[in-house]
Every structure is written in C-alpha cells, then in structure tokens.
Design a protein around this ligand. Structure first.
Ligand code: UD1
Ligand code: CA
Length: 456
C-alpha cells in the first residue's frame, strides 16, 4: 500500500534579516510569492495533505499558499520559538497519523519533487529521520551535518558550532522527513538549551539516536535547497530560478539568443519555435504561440501573442493585449486590453488601448486611441482591412468600419462607415510666391534684435 504523507511548511518566522514590512515568504520569485513555489513543489510530488505554520502576516501567507489543487490547512504559531516549536503548531494534523511527516521551509522556493521523494524513500527504507543536505563552498549561516559511517549523528547550527564544525561544508537544507508514527513523541522532546534559546527542529537527529533510532542525510543539489534570509539571497534565488527555467524552455524548443538577459515569470508559456531576442522581460500571464518573435527590449505582461506574430523591438504589451496570428506590433508601441486581428500591423510609435483592430488592418505611425476621458475608459473598434493614417487620434468611443481609410493627422470623433474616407483635420492652403516675402520679414526681425542687443 502507498505510504500516507503530511507535509508541514514552516512559514511563521519573523524574517528579521529580510528587513521588510512583510513576511519573507511573500516576497516574489519569478513574480509569485516564494511560498507558492514551495506548495507547487509539494503538488508535483503528489503530496496533497499540507499543513502550513503561519505567524507574521498569517492571512496573506495562507492565501498565497492556497494555489492550485493542494488543500492547505493553516496553523498559527503564536510565539516564534524556533523551527522545532513551529512544527508542533501543527500537532493536530500530525496526530491524525501519517506514515511520513515531511517538514519543508517556506523560504526554500527552488525545491523540486525529487528531493522530497528521496526523503520519503529514506523513511520507507526503515530510517526514522531523513535530512536532505547539500554541499556548498559558503556554508555560513546553515546548520552543519555531522555524518559518521553513513549515519547522521547531529546537525549543528552555525551559531552553536565549533571552529572545526564550521569548516564542514555539508549543510542542512531544511527538508526533513520524520517517521510519522514517532513524530510527536520525538518533537515533544526538543529543548531550547542553545545559543539562540530556540527549539531547534534539527535536534531531532540526536534525540532519535539517543532512543536507538537511525537518522541519515541524503544529498541534493545546492540550488534546490538555497534558503532565502536576506534580499541578497532573494536576488540570488531569482537568478537560479531564471537560469533553470530558461534552460528548460530552450530544451523544449524555444530559441534565446542571449538567455541570461531574458526574464521569465513563473507562468510564462513560450511555444516551440518562439524566438526571444536579448533583453526581454515577461511579466505574469503571458502565452506566446509557435513561430512568434519577441524582438529585443520588449516588455510583455498579461498578453497572448499568436502564432507567427512579431513584437518589438522596444514594444510594450500590457494586460489584455491579444495579438492574432502573424500580426505585428513594432517599435515604441504600447498595446493594452486590445485585440489585434490576424495579420494586422501596428508598427511604429502607437498606443492601442481598449480596442479591437480587425484582421489585416494597418495602423499608421503615431496613432493613438484616446481611450480615457479622465473619468471613464471607452472602446475603439476598427474593422478588418482598414487603414489609419499616421498621427491620428481616435477619440473613443468610436468605430471605424471595415475597409475604411482615415487620413493622416486626423482627430476622429465620429464613427467612420465601412469603406468611407475620413478627414479629421484642417484643409491645407497654398499661397503661391509667399515664401520669399516671409523669409525677408524674418531676416528683418533678426537684424532688429541684434541692434537692440548691441545698444544694451
Ligand atoms: C534553518 C535550519 C538550518 C538550515 C537552514 C536551511 C533550524 C534550527 N535551522 O536555519 O539548520 O541549514 O534552515 O535553510 O532548523 N520558522 C517558523 N517559526 C519559527 C522559526 C522559523 O515558522 O519560530 C520558519 C521560517 O519562517 C522559515 C523556516 O522556519 O521558513 C526556517 O527558519 P529560519 O529562521 O530561516 O532558519 P535558518 O536560520 O535559516
Ligand atoms: Ca532560512
């Protein structure tokens, strides 16, 4: 029979070292709270019973953890007395009786299913406590794993470690699996006689051994267990996350010319044969279909880019931008909450907001949809195969029919019927032979000014 499992996420810490007005587990990695990444990893390891220990910002942390299919039950740790104390906040859940109890930290967002599974395999193999460790050249701050003859003898917190122990580079990743039948008994034995006066979860190793049980450490890649205590570590974690996801995307058929300059969100979807040029930023909610090209220096957020469409260079797609297949949004264009039909072109220096642009239409350089009157937003509808001349202002609400033509420089305030031509500007006047007259006058003015200056 399959072993039952309860995961406990610890997220009640004060986040003192983060120096922030909010709990560190709410700080985003790839545009989503750290804690959501941890829950996602549990889901991908098919762990569905999750207890979340919250303290600071309890409501917001619980909300951020309730993502996807996982049911998360929150437990409040009223005082912050350490990781050992925190786990016991979920006493009620542990008491339900599970084969495996898995403790993970809310501040290790790069964790994946693999080490979670390894930890549980260690329990299935008959160990009482399994700790996931990692090797790092810079172990400062981490608890050190003291291993003798293949068994884990103790975990020594940095602050409590001797000089010699501090030289150990094998560290506690904060992921611990405990025999669920013994968990409460073991946890209740943790004391607080240490440098910080806290109840350390890590003491479980020595406790279980003193009772004749066995603890082991299993090594996992450092990257997955990198913990976030400071802003500098947050930036490092972001970098690792980005590297990992870019790599996955490239292996899945996405081309990136300079991947290290492309920034993805947790939910960015790029189809096979999408090309992303250097210096592109994807905010949340982006889906790009096959064959599309995102040219350099574009910023794309909450947008859908259809197959074979091109974006940029220097384009901004804001939430609700929906680009049809083979459409084009070119340099210095901004599109918000607008559909750009198949093959339509918005090539230069344009703002399209709250609008529909029909298939095959051409929107000239500098066109602006004037969607906002200072109070309300209004819609602009442009039909199929319409042509809007350069530097036109389309004052919404307004409709431009299929095949219509708007003269360049127009301010369009009334609807334009299909196939009509609209001029919305003053007519040009010609004054034959007038240029030399004007020029003479200007020269005279200049000379007069010079004379006044000399007299001063
Ligand atoms: C902890 C480990 C250390 C390990 C490191 C890995 C202990 C005693 N130390 O140290 O061995 O190398 O993580 O990243 O376990 N928390 C609570 N309530 C508390 C205290 C903490 O919920 O009272 C939560 C925090 O929100 C955090 C997690 O537990 O998500 C770890 O706490 P933190 O203070 O970051 O522990 P470290 O000092 O990093
Ligand atoms: Ca930590």
């Amino acid at each position: 029979m399959e072993r039952t499992c309860l995961a406990i996420i610890l997220a009640a810490g004060e986040s003192t070292r983060m120096k922030s007005a909010m709990s560190k587990v709410l700080h985003p990695v790839a545009g989503r709270p750290m804690i959501s990444h941890v829950v996602e990893a549990l889901a991908s390891a098919s762990i569905s019973d999750v207890a979340l220990v919250v303290g600071r910002d309890a409501e917001a942390v619980s909300a951020a953890a309730s993502t996807g299919s996982v049911t998360v039950t929150s437990f409040l740790q009223k005082e912050r007395l350490g990781t050992g104390h925190a786990v016991l906040a979920a006493r009620e859940a542990i008491a339900r009786g599970y084969d495996d109890v898995l403790v993970v930290f809310g501040d290790t967002p790069l964790i994946t299913a693999a080490p979670l599974k390894e930890a549980r395999d260690g329990l299935a193999a008959g160990n009482d406590v399994v700790v996931i460790g990692f090797q790092t050249p810079d172990p400062t701050g981490y608890g050190r794993l003291i291993v003798e003859d293949g068994t884990l003898v103790a975990i020594r917190e940095h602050k409590d470690a001797t000089e010699e122990e501090r030289r150990i580079t094998y560290c506690n990743g904060g992921l611990m699996a405990i025999d669920g039948r013994r968990a409460l008994d073991l946890l209740d034995r943790i004391g607080n006689a240490n440098a910080k006066g806290e109840y350390y979860l890590t003491d479980l190793v020595e406790i279980v051994r003193s009772l004749g049980g066995r603890a082991i450490a299993v090594e996992a890649p450092e990257e997955e267990l990198t913990g976030c205590n400071t802003r500098a570590e947050l930036a490092y974690i972001e970098r690792l996350w980005q590297q990992r996801r870019r790599h996955e995307m490239m292996l899945a058929g996405v081309s990136m010319i300079a991947p290290e300059t492309v920034f993805l969100s947790w939910d960015t979807e790029l189809a096979q044969d999408v090309l992303v040029e250097p210096h592109v930023v994807f905010g949340p909610g982006v889906r790009v279909e096959s064959g599309a090209i995102i040219h350099a220096f574009s910023h794309v957020e909450g947008a859908h880019v259809g197959a074979g469409a091109t974006v940029g260079p220097f384009a901004r797609l804001r939430p609700g931008a929906d680009l049809g297949p083979k459409s084009k949004v070119g340099n210095f264009c901004e599109v918000k909450k607008a559909e750009i039909g198949a093959g339509a072109k918005v090539n230069h220096l344009t703002y399209i907001g709250d609008a529909f642009v029909g298939a095959g239409s051409n929107i000239g350089a500098g066109t602006i949809t004037c969607n906002y009157d200072g109070v309300n937003k209004h819609l602009t509808r442009i039909g199929a195969n319409a042509f809007v001349g350069s530097n036109s202002s389309l004052v919404a609400p307004v409709t431009i029919g299929d095949g219509a033509l708007v003269a360049s420089g127009s301010v369009i305030t009334d609807d334009v019927p299909a196939d009509a031509v609209a001029f919305g500007r003053a007519r040009q006047e010609i004054k034959p032979g007038r240029a030399p007259v004007l020029r003479e006058r200007y020269e005279a003015e200049k000379t007069a000014k010079k004379k006044v200056k000399a007299a001063d």
